[in-house]
Ligand binder design. Structure first.
Ligand SMILES: [Zn+2]
Length: 489
């Protein structure tokens, strides 16, 4: 008779053998798609001239203000004049649509009206550079050094916008005629939630009854070192984004003079609540988006990692544990909460009568808002602290991967970045794309550029830059996407 440990060991061994057989079977049934043959695209624009155009565009300080009325329109109007002069074919051969505010929207008519149009997006506005004096080069000036264009917005997202203009101008100069109609939209206020930009543009399309085969906005990049164990760069294409909500937590107590305190103060009670929120972790789960990402990576990963990723039925707890140890990966499998703003009294010797803090919440798709709000309340576990939802999350849909749309974008990625593995991905941050989800079942978020974490950290931070090589890659990607699509349909 077998002893209990022997039974357990043989059961474990059987499970591992099943996992091994599955891994081999899945990998041999899914031969990774090879690099597509290079599309015969017209000659790429001159990289150095394109870099100068990007540097010129960066020099317009198109900073948006949360109160739209306070936004200075002049830099935007200057940028528009510059773009009109620099890209004459785009501005004479494409139709420009008036969607209000400071948006730039174009239509390039295709030859086949039976095809649904596609929409390319980027945004004109940038975040401020409050620490300008500490930048290597002034953030709003024409700076090209050591193979990079430096300045605020060079990466987010004027690099993408200029790459699209360059690609269009080159295709028009070569006499390219697309089969599908392409729309191109550059919103004016993505950095402050897009209510004047993307919202108005999407409303325009909605009222004219236009639906898109796919929408492509900024988003994931071609990332090196994205996942330990996979050497090849991974092109992460966002197919959904996490919900973004803000909850104010408040504690009200007697104030008074700090020389005769009656502790705990409102601030002290609130601080303890904050600590309890931040020291907890919500339940980790693998959503449909992350499941398809892990499956894709499992097809390309070296064997030990593939063994884990392709057998989540057995290794899910281990994968979740590994993800939990890294903040970037953790955000893919959990709804998260963090405190971003706090206020007590206005003087050092005054005890706050009221203390308040803002909890920024990022919600997984397919997970209810109430679940996270309930979790926060349970972590606070103090009736003296109240909660108020000041900005509820708009929930993102999960884009579909069937049909040709995702395949077409992936093919253009494989052609432009032959080493990269394209994979669906969950965006942890938000973009304009959210506004367009009603107009297409295929809304993708991808920035065609090679980035490592060091480069990404400069975004919204000091010494933002975009390499001329990346500008070239981005131009090639858009030209490939448009010409491949015209050949295929
Ligand atoms: Zn952006």
């Amino acid at each position: 008779m077998l002893t209990v440990p022997l039974v357990v060991i043989s059961l474990l061994l059987s499970l591992l053998v099943i996992a091994l057989v599955r891994t081999i079977a899945i990998r041999s049934a899914n031969t990774p798609v090879g690099t597509s043959p290079k599309a015969p695209i017209p000659g790429l624009p001159d990289f150095d001239l394109a870099a100068k155009h990007l540097a010129d565009a960066v020099a317009f300080p198109t900073i948006t203000h949360r109160e739209w009325k306070k936004t200075d329109r002049e830099p935007f109007l200057g940028l528009h004049r510059y773009l009109t002069e620099t890209y004459p074919l785009v501005h004479t051969k494409l139709e420009q649509l008036d969607t209000g505010a400071l948006n730039l929207v174009y239509r390039w008519n295709g030859s086949d009206n039976s095809l649904e149009p596609a929409l390319l997006l980027a945004h004109q506005d940038v975040v401020p550079a409050s620490d300008a004096a500490q930048w290597l080069y002034p953030p709003f000036s024409h700076q090209v050094h050591d193979g990079y264009v430096f300045g605020r917005g060079s990466f987010d997202a004027k690099g993408q916008m200029i790459a699209i203009y360059e690609a269009l101008e080159a295709l028009l100069a070569a006499g390219h005629m697309p089969r599908r109609t392409w729309y191109i939209a550059f919103g004016c206020d993505e950095e402050v939630r897009g209510t004047e930009g993307a919202a108005k543009i999407a409303r325009y399309f909605g009222t004219t009854g236009i639906r898109f085969a796919f929408v492509l906005d900024e988003g994931g990049v071609v990332a090196s070192g994205f996942m330990p164990g996979i050497d090849r760069p991974i092109a992460v294409v966002g197919i959904a984004e996490k919900g973004d909500a803000n909850i104010k937590i408040t504690c009200t107590r007697d104030g008074g003079h700090s020389s005769t305190p009656d502790n705990p103060t409102a601030l002290g009670i609130l601080g303890a609540a904050i600590w309890r929120i931040e020291s907890g972790k919500q339940t980790a789960r693998i959503t449909s988006v992350v499941r398809v990402m892990l499956h894709t990576l499992g097809l390309h990963a070296p064997f030990p990692l593939a063994f884990l990723l392709l057998n989540l039925w057995l290794f899910k707890p281990l994968v979740l544990l590994l993800f939990g140890a890294n903040p970037t990966m953790n955000a893919l499998v959990r709804s998260t909460c963090t405190v971003t703003m706090a206020h007590g009294s206005d003087a050092p010797n005054v005890v706050a009568k009221q203390a308040e803090a803002m909890v920024n919440v990022r919600l997984l798709p397919e997970e209810s808002t109430d679940r996270t709000y309930g979790w926060i309340a349970r972590r606070i576990r103090d009736k003296r602290v109240t909660m108020e939802v000041v900005a509820d999350a708009v929930r993102s849909k999960v884009s579909r991967l069937d049909g040709n749309s995702f395949a077409n974008v992936s093919e253009a990625i494989r052609t432009t970045f032959p080493q990269a593995i394209p994979t669906p991905y969950l965006m942890t941050g938000g973009t304009d794309a959210l506004w367009y989800e009603q107009l297409s079942d295929h809304v993708f978020r991808f920035t065609p550029a090679n980035m490592d974490t060091g480069e990404l950290k400069r975004m919204h931070s000091r010494d933002e830059r975009f390499s001329i090589g990346n500008l070239g890659k981005a131009m090639e990607f858009y030209m490939t996407l448009i010409t491949q699509d015209s050949r295929k349909v």
